[in-house]
Ligand binder design. Structure first.
Ligand code: 6XA
Ligand code: ZN
Length: 343
C-alpha cells in the first residue's frame, strides 16, 4: 500500500487552543504526522511518495470559491493588522444574527467561515492544507488507476470542514475532495466510512443531499461530544440523498467489542449501497489513551477495523484524520492499515 506524504504539514503549527477554559498547546501538532510516518515505514507497508502538484479545481468541486479565497488570503489580511500571532475567530453568526451580509474585516470573516475557534491560521497554513488535500487527491488517483488501497497521510485533517466552513482543526475536507475526485474519474458510487472518534459533520453536510456518495460515521454521541450540533442517528440524508447517510453515535466508554459491532452495522449498510470505491476517514482518537476522547479501543481493535473494512472487497483510500495520543498514533494507524492489507 502506497503512503502519500508531504513535509509541508510542518508549516502549520498552531500555538494554542481553548480547552476547558484555558489556552493550551494545540493537540493537533506536527509530531502526530511524523509518528505516523515512522510507524508506517517500520511496518513495511510500502513506498512513501510525495503528492502530485495540486489541481485547485478539485478543491472547488467541494468548497465554495469565496471560502477558498478566504483561506488563501486570511493570513495576509491578519498580518496587515500588524498581528504576528495566530489568527483565531471569536464571533459567529449564530441564531438570531445575519449570515446574508458577509463581513469585510478579517475578524468577522474568521467567524463567518468557521464553526469554532479550534482553527488557528498561521503563515504556513494555506501551504499545509493545500498539500494535505494534494495527498488525498494523489491517493485517489492511485485508486482510480487500479491500486487496491492507498494511505493519504494528511495533516491538517479535514472531516469537520464543510463547503464554506473550517472547524475542529480542519480547513479543507480531504476525504470529501478525494471522494468527489473518485466520482469525477470513474466511480459511479462512492462510500465514505468515518471511524474518527468525532462525527464528520463537514463530510456529512457536503454530501447530505446526494445519492451517489454514501456517508457512514461511528462517533462519540453529539449529545455529549464535539461537534455537538450534528451526528445524531436520525440524520438520514435528504432529497436524492435520503437513505445515504448513516450515523452511529456511541456512548463515552464504548469498548472495542461494542465499537466493532457498530462497525459491522455500518459496513453492512455500505455493502448494501454497493459502492465502486471506498474512502475511510481514519482517525485513531478512539484509542483508550487518547487525551481528548472517551472510547476504549486498543491496538488489536484497530487491526480488526482494517480487516473488516477489507471485507467489503472494494478499492479503498485511507485518509488520515484525528488521534492525539502522539506516542501511540503511529502504531494504531499501522494496525489498521496492516489489518487491511493482510486480510
Ligand atoms: C475541539 C475538538 C476538535 C476535535 C478534533 C478532532 N476542541 N476531530 O479530532 O476529529
Ligand atoms: Zn477526531
Amino acid at each position: 500500500m502506497l503512503t502519500i506524504y508531504s513535509e509541508d504539514h510542518r508549516l502549520h503549527h498552531g500555538a494554542a487552543e481553548l480547552y476547558r477554559g484555558r489556552l493550551v498547546p494545540c493537540f493537533e501538532m506536527p509530531a502526530r504526522a511524523e509518528q505516523v510516518l515512522d510507524r508506517v515505514k517500520a511496518a513495511g507497508l510500502g513506498a512513501v511518495v510525495a503528492p502530485d502538484p495540486l489541481d485547485r479545481a478539485a478543491l472547488a468541486r467541494v468548497h465554495a470559491e469565496d471560502y477558498l479565497a478566504f483561506l488563501e488570503t486570511a493570513w495576509d489580511e491578519w498580518q496587515a493588522l500588524g498581528e504576528t500571532g495566530d489568527a483565531l475567530p471569536y464571533a459567529w453568526p449564530a441564531t438570531g444574527l445575519r449570515r446574508d451580509v458577509p463581513p469585510e474585516h478579517i475578524d468577522g470573516k474568521l467567524g463567518f467561515y468557521s464553526i469554532d475557534a479550534a482553527v488557528p491560521i498561521t503563515a504556513g497554513t494555506w501551504r499545509a492544507i493545500t498539500s494535505s488535500a494534494a495527498c488525498a487527491l494523489t491517493g485517489a488517483r492511485q485508486i482510480v488507476e487500479g491500486a487496491a488501497s492507498a494511505f493519504a497521510l494528511c495533516r491538517p485533517p479535514g472531516h469537520h470542514a464543510g463547503a464554506r466552513a473550517m472547524g475542529g482543526f480542519c480547513y479543507l475536507n480531504n476525504a470529501a475532495i478525494a471522494a468527489q475526485y473518485l466520482r469525477d474519474n470513474g466511480a459511479g458510487r462512492v462510500a465514505i466510512l468515518d471511524v474518527d472518534y468525532h462525527h464528520g459533520n463537514g463530510t456529512q453536510s457536503i454530501f447530505y443531499d446526494r445519492g451517489d456518495v454514501f456517508f457512514a460515521s461511528l462517533h462519540g454521541d453529539p449529545a455529549v461530544e464535539y461537534p455537538f450540533f450534528l451526528g445524531h442517528a436520525d440524520e438520514r440524508g435528504e432529497g436524492d440523498g435520503l437513505g445515504a447517510n448513516r450515523n452511529f453515535p456511541l456512548p463515552w466508554g464504548t469498548s472495542g467489542a461494542d465499537y466493532l459491532s457498530a462497525l459491522d452495522a455500518a459496513l453492512a449498510d455500505i455493502a448494501a449501497f454497493a459502492p465502486d470505491m471506498v474512502v475511510v476517514s481514519l482517525g485513531v482518537d478512539t484509542f483508550a489513551e487518547d487525551p481528548i476522547s472517551h472510547f476504549k479501543l486498543h491496538g488489536p481493535d484497530f487491526a480488526e477495523i482494517g480487516r473488516r473494512v477489507a471485507g467489503l472487497g472494494r478499492r479503498t483510500l485511507f485518509v488520515m484524520e484525528g488521534g492525539y495520543a502522539v506516542a501511540d498514533i503511529g502504531a494504531n494507524v499501522a494496525h489498521v492499515l496492516t489489518g487491511f492489507a493482510g486480510a
